[in-house]
Design a protein around this ligand. Structure first.
Ligand code: PLP
Length: 384
């Protein structure tokens, strides 16, 4: 049975062009960039600085504002915990939403357990944050607003430029989780007034285990306490020997995404639209979650009335799909994102996420429409 991978929001295959570049940094160019006394170190350092410029260009920030981490989870934890435990503690109020990725959500919950004041804003039925509500939640002691730019379950995109302008006006820092949007839609984080941002290589055809944390260097300069202490790498913000092959891979993946984004987003959005149209044609009762607002090109989150996502996924062994997010599929909890959008538990339990990417073909989408339509019809007729 030929397998079809439609779970690119969970992770992506490493692009062969990225892998080819990375290979050399495991073997012949194995140096430690912190080695200042010989060419092995210098060439490794040059490689991670090239990658820094490549990732910075995709984020729309200056290269020296990018810090390498092990992934978006570490970046988010460093950003939110690092701001909460500064050398000179003061009141720390944080504003976020009820529709965040678990990496940010669980970090905020942990901060809350340790006494940090957290405001959890709701989202509307489309999954969008209300700016007036955000404005009303900002207080004199508010330090940071943390927002998921593009939702990993629905693909819904928040208006980061408008949120950034508001945070600037009120003198509040803005952290954005851009893990899903990086490489999919154009980002201009510095111009938008974003002060901190978290991203990961493996969502854009780069390797797993490497991420980036953007920290604005001036106007204002973001100061935070690191999570990891040691050799003082990454300007003391992230000690530990750099993952050189991973960083080189992240850089290469960013450069490819920057060059191909314009064409690729049109191709992937057309495939996604064809998938939704095909499924709607066979099952007009299909409900699209998060449609009608700006969303990522490759994401479709849908529900077929009366069909549970678990039963549907089990009926489709050839297609790699997810019910909600990959992180939530280990638990049987309904999606907190869909609940925040006002859906009932039963509705949320019907959600299936299709996430398309660089390897997705026309043939795969046609086969998927056929297989999913047949499975839904079977489940409906057996009362599944
Ligand atoms: C995947 C993902 C993360 C976690 O990234 P890791 O690099 O796997 O730690 C965080 N936020 C969003 C929106 C994601 O999609």
């Amino acid at each position: 049975m030929k397998r079809i991978y439609l779970d690119h929001a969970a992770t992506t295959p490493v692009d062969p062009r990225v892998f080819e570049l990375m290979r050399h940094y495991f073997s012949e160019h194995f140096g430690n960039p912190a080695s200042r006394t010989h060419a092995f170190g210098w060439e490794a350092e040059e490689a991670i600085e090239t990658a820094r410029a490549q990732v910075a260009a995709l984020l729309g920030v200056e290269p020296r504002a990018v810090v390498w981490t092990s992934g978006a989870t570490e970046s988010i934890n460093t950003a939110l915990q690092g701001l909460a435990w500064p050398a000179s503690p003061g009141p720390y109020h944080l504003i976020t939403t009820r529709a965040e990725h678990s990496a940010a959500r669980d970090t905020c919950l942990a901060l809350e357990r340790r006494g940090v004041d957290v405001t959890w804003l709701g989202v509307d039925a489309h999954g969008r944050l209300d700016l007036a509500e955000l404005r009303g939640a900002i207080r004199p002691e508010t330090r940071v607003v943390s927002i998921l730019h593009a939702n990993n379950e629905t693909g819904v995109v928040q208006d980061l430029a408008a949120i950034g302008a508001l945070c600037r006006e009120r003198g509040v820092l803005l952290h954005a989780d851009v893990t899903q949007s990086l490489g999919k839609i154009p980002l201009a984080l510095s111009d938008w007034g974003v002060d901190l941002a978290s991203a990961s290589a493996h969502k854009l055809c780069g390797p797993k285990g490497v991420g980036a944390l953007y920290l604005r260097r001036r106007d204002p300069r973001v100061v935070l306490e690191p999570l990891l202490y040691g050799g003082g790498q990454e300007r003391g913000l992230r000690s530990g020997t750099s993952n050189v092959p991973g960083i080189v891979g992240f850089g290469a993946a960013a450069a490819l995404a920057l060059g191909e984004m314009a064409q690729e987003s049109i191709r992937v959005a057309a495939l996604r639209d064809r998938l939704e149209a095909g499924l709607t044609h066979s099952h007009p009762e299909l409900v699209r979650n998060g449609s009608g607002v700006e969303r990522l090109p490759g994401l479709a989150n849908v529900r077929f009335d009366g069909v549970g996502s678990e039963a549907l996924l089990l009926a489709l062994p050839a297609i790699a799909l997810s019910a909600g997010s990959a992180c939530a599929s280990a638990s049987l909890e309904p999606s907190h994102v869909l609940l925040a959008m006002g859906q009932s538990e039963a509705e949320a339990r019907g959600a299936v996420r299709f996430s398309l990417g660089r390897t997705t073909t026309d043939e795969e989408i046609d086969a998927t429409i056929g297989l999913v339509s047949a499975a839904v019809s079977r489940l409906c007729s057996t009362g599944g």
